[in-house]
Design a protein around this ligand. Structure first.
Ligand code: FAD
Length: 377
């Protein structure tokens, strides 16, 4: 298989073959089942296109990318008031046709409750502000090819790389900045792989430079480390949607993922965050990188296709949650900074891990002909 990689995943603690076999043998199936449970399929998101960086380029108005606005009374009460249950799903219709790129806001009879509202310092959106937020059923809105391309899409990726996480040549930049670049590049690869796997037309080929594909493994390991580091918290968390059977299933799948014997035997610490922020300038560097990541998060409001914006926001919040778990909570002094996560952060984190896991599986399925000769570091 020409797309199999060997050796240790750069800056990680395990090799490619181990990641492949763990993902394919255990993690992928668990994650696929987990994200289908009611708890993990509703994501709260502000979908307005309110780009802080450029004047409107008209992309937000594109018919194909627009979504019909559901009247207020179509949103179930328990979503507004999380302590109540018993949704009616019969009149939840906001289905003015379903263009490929539009977000389908159909809801089914589930709700969440009992999570703390705390803002994530790594992201631009204020997660405690519920105004203009809406719930989206992720199962009805899979990330896929939408036709969003050209200068608008290109401008976002360019701004992300040029201003917030410049490409590097080996050894040129400090490890912390390299981590940020690789996280974004890995996410970019994952998005491209999903597009390519579903839309293998000529123009969809050559989407993923090979070395960027390796960054996908890095991002996967980083997020996996965050999930397993937060194991105690995630095990005790309440996965309550009012559907006992499904909620118990979510909890059980979560445990199987967090305390997986195969994972613990083969790759107990997928990424070692303790090596970072060591030098004297550690705190300032962390501030700088946090600011860069917040800018990347703000750029998601400039994504001119609503479905892409949805998944962009979800995955950037997932990365922001991983960063928060690994870098904002002090291991040595936990009582001062106990880990507090929002329900929505956990949903984003696990859905992101699932998307990355899918991409790793897909890497071996897509034709070698999509390889790009151009190499990145
Ligand atoms: P692009 O993917 O736009 O890449 C631009 C340039 O970045 C490349 O030419 C190369 O120089 C560099 N590059 C490419 N890959 C990497 C990498 N992994 N690491 C580092 N550098 C790299 N389209 C959809 O159809 N569905 C979606 O769900 C979707 N979601 C998106 C979400 C976001 C946040 C953004 C910004 C765009 C999204 N798009 C989506 C658009 C999609 O990502 C591409 O921009 C589009 O398909 C055009 O691809 P392209 O080949 O021109 O290169």
């Amino acid at each position: 298989d020409s797309r199999k990689y060997t050796g240790i995943v750069e800056d990680c603690c395990c090799d490619y073959e181990t990641v492949d076999s763990l993902n394919c043998g255990v993690l992928h199936t668990l994650l696929q089942e987990l994200v289908r449970t009611p708890f993990f399929r509703y994501f709260k998101v502000k979908l307005w296109c309110d780009c802080p960086f450029w004047p409107d380029d008209g992309m937000c108005m594109l018919r194909d990318c627009s979504v019909c606005e559901c009247p207020e009374n179509e949103f179930p009460e328990p979503f507004k008031n999380p302590t109540r249950h018993g949704l009616r799903s019969d009149d939840l219709k906001c289905q003015e046709g379903k263009p490929q790129a539009a977000v389908d806001r159909t809801l089914d009879a589930q709700a969440f409750r009992g999570w703390i509202e705390v803002d994530n310092p790594w992201t631009h959106d204020d997660e405690t502000d519920s105004s203009e937020m809406t719930y989206v059923n992720l199962q009805l809105n899979p990330e896929r090819y939408t036709g969003y391309t050209g200068p608008s899409a290109r401008r976002i990726w360019d701004a992300i790389y040029a201003e917030n996480c410049p490409k590097y040549t080996s050894g040129e930049i400090c490890p912390e900045k390299r981590v940020l670049y690789k996280l974004i590049s890995g996410l970019h690869s994952s998005i491209s792989i999903h597009i390519a796997s579903e839309y293998l037309l000529d123009e969809a080929k050559n989407l993923v430079p090979r070395s960027c594909e390796r960054n996908l493994y890095f991002t996967f390991m980083f997020v996996l480390r965050a999930v397993t580091k937060a194991a105690d918290y995630l095990e005790q968390a309440e996965y309550n949607t009012g559907n006992l059977e499904e909620d118990l299933k979510a909890q059980s799948l979560m445990r199987q993922l967090l305390y997986n014997p195969k994972l613990q035997a083969a790759c107990p610490i997928p990424f070692n965050e303790a090596k970072l922020w060591k030098g004297q300038s550690g705190p300032e560097l962390k501030q700088e990188i946090q600011k860069n990541f917040r800018n990347i998060s703000a750029l998601m409001d400039c994504v001119g296709c609503e479905k892409c914006r949805l998944w962009g926001k979800l995955q950037v919040l997932g990365l922001g949650t991983a960063l928060k778990i690994l870098f904002s909570v002090d291991d040595k002094n936990p009582p001062n900074q106990p880990l507090q996560l929002q329900r929505n952060e956990v949903i984003a984190l696990l859905n992101l891990l699932n998307r990355l896991s899918e991409s790793i599986n897909l890497v071996h399925e897509i034709s070698p002909s999509i390889e790009k000769s151009m190499e990145f570091t």
